[in-house]
Design a protein around this ligand. Structure first.
Ligand SMILES: Nc1ncnc2c1ncn2[C@@H]1O[C@H](COP(=O)(O)OP(=O)(O)O)[C@@H](O)[C@H]1O
Ligand SMILES: [Mg+2]
Length: 307
C-alpha cells in the first residue's frame, strides 16, 4: 500500500512518518503539493501526483503546504479537496486545514462550541481597530495583533496597554494584509511565562508539553524550550473540545492559563509539527498518527465505499 506524504520539505518528520508506515507494511512517498497538477485530459481522476503514475495514493498525510500566491495556494488545496472527493482519505482533511489556518474561523468555531478562548476581533477597518485598542487599553488590557495565516510565532505584536505603556496599532497594510486580528492578551500567571501544546489524535489528548520562555511568545521557533507536562483532565478536556470544534483528525492545540484558573485555547494547528513534543514524551507520535490514519480514517473510507 502506497501513501502520499505531502511536504514542502523533507527531514525528521517525513522520515518518522515513513518509518511508522514501513512498520505497518505500507510505504510513504514524499510529494510537494506545488509539483502536483490538474490534468483533466489524463486519467479518470484528473490529477497528476508525481510518483503515482495514473494511480491515486491509498491515503495522504499532509505534513506541509508551502506558502505562495493566493492562486498557488488555492491550487494546492484543490488537489487535497479533489483527493477527498475521489475517496482518498486526507489527514488532516483540507477543510480542517483551512479552518485552522484561518485564525478568524478558528476563533468563531471555538466560540460557537463554547470552548474557552480570549475575546477576539477581526476587522478590515483600521479606524474600528484603533477604537477597539483604545477601549481595551482604557480597561487595562493589551491585545495581540496576529497575521491571519501566521505560524511559528512570526509577526505577532502586542498593542494597547503593554507593561503600563500605551502601544498604538501599527499600519495594517503589508505584514497584516489590510486586516486586524486582535485577541485579548493573557498576562503570564508566573515567571517565566509558558503555554501548553497538547496533541489530540482522533478526539483524545495524547501528549502535552509546556513551552517556556522569558519572551511572551512561547513558540519553540522563537526560542522557547519544551518541558514535559502532565496531561491533567482539565487540560485534556479543553484541548479535545477545541479539536472537536474544528473537526480535526488530529490537532496541535495551543493553550494558556487564563483568569480564575481557567485553561484558554489560543490556537489550533492542523499541520502541527511534533519534534519538540516528541523530545519530552515517551509515546511514539508518528506511529500514533499513522495507526489512526490506517485503522480509523482509512477503514472508515473503505467502509463508506462498500456501503
Ligand atoms: N492572546 C494571547 N495572550 C498571550 N499570549 C499569546 C496570545 N496569543 C498568542 N500568544 C503567544 O504567542 C504564541 C503564538 O501565537 P499563536 O496564536 O499560537 O500563533 P502562531 O500561529 O504564530 O503559533 C502563543 O503560543 C503564545 O505564547
Ligand atoms: Mg501557535
Amino acid at each position: 500500500m502506497k501513501l502520499a506524504i505531502f511536504a514542502d520539505e523533507t527531514g525528521w518528520h517525513t522520515r518518522q512518518l515513513q518509518a511508522a508506515l514501513r512498520a505497518r507494511g505500507a510505504g510513504g512517498r514524499c510529494v510537494d503539493l506545488a509539483d502536483c497538477q490538474v490534468d483533466t485530459g489524463g486519467s479518470w481522476h484528473g490529477l497528476a501526483i508525481p510518483g503515482f503514475g495514473r494511480e491515486l495514493p491509498a491515503a495522504a498525510l499532509v505534513r506541509g503546504i508551502a506558502g505562495g500566491s493566493f492562486e498557488q495556494v488555492t491550487k494546492r488545496l484543490t488537489v487535497l479537496h479533489a483527493l477527498r472527493e475521489r475517496g482518498v482519505p486526507v489527514y488532516n482533511d483540507a477543510r480542517a486545514i483551512e479552518r485552522s489556518v484561518d485564525k478568524a474561523m478558528t476563533s468563531l468555531r471555538l466560540r460557537a462550541a463554547g470552548v474557552p478562548t480570549p475575546p477576539t476581533w477581526v476587522t478590515e477597518s483600521a479606524a474600528q481597530a484603533q477604537r477597539l485598542v483604545m477601549r481595551e487599553s482604557a480597561a487595562g488590557h493589551a491585545l495581540v495583533l496576529k497575521p491571519l495565516f501566521g505560524s511559528q510565532g512570526k509577526g505577532l505584536q502586542r498593542v494597547g496597554l503593554v507593561d503600563g505603556v500605551h502601544v498604538p496599532l501599527p499600519p495594517l497594510d503589508k505584514a497584516f494584509g489590510g486586516l486586524a486580528y486582535l485577541q485579548r492578551y493573557l498576562p503570564p500567571q508566573q515567571q517565566p511565562g509558558f503555554d501548553w501544546r497538547v496533541l489530540v489524535i482522533a478526539g483524545r489528548a495524547r501528549a502535552a508539553m509546556r513551552r517556556v520562555s522569558e519572551h511572551w511568545v512561547h513558540n519553540l521557533a522563537q526560542g522557547a524550550h519544551s518541558q514535559e507536562a502532565e496531561l491533567t483532565p482539565a487540560l485534556a478536556s479543553v484541548a479535545e473540545a477545541a479539536a472537536r470544534a474544528l473537526e480535526m483528525d488530529y490537532a496541535g492545540v495551543d493553550l494558556m492559563p487564563g483568569p480564575g484558573g481557567t485553561v484558554q485555547v489560543i490556537e489550533v494547528n492542523g499541520v502541527a509539527a511534533w519534534q519538540g513534543l516528541q523530545r519530552v514524551t515517551p509515546f511514539n507520535i508518528a506511529r500514533a498518527l499513522v495507526d489512526d490514519l490506517l485503522d480509523r480514517k482509512l477503514a472508515q473510507a473503505a467502509g463508506s465505499l462498500q456501503a
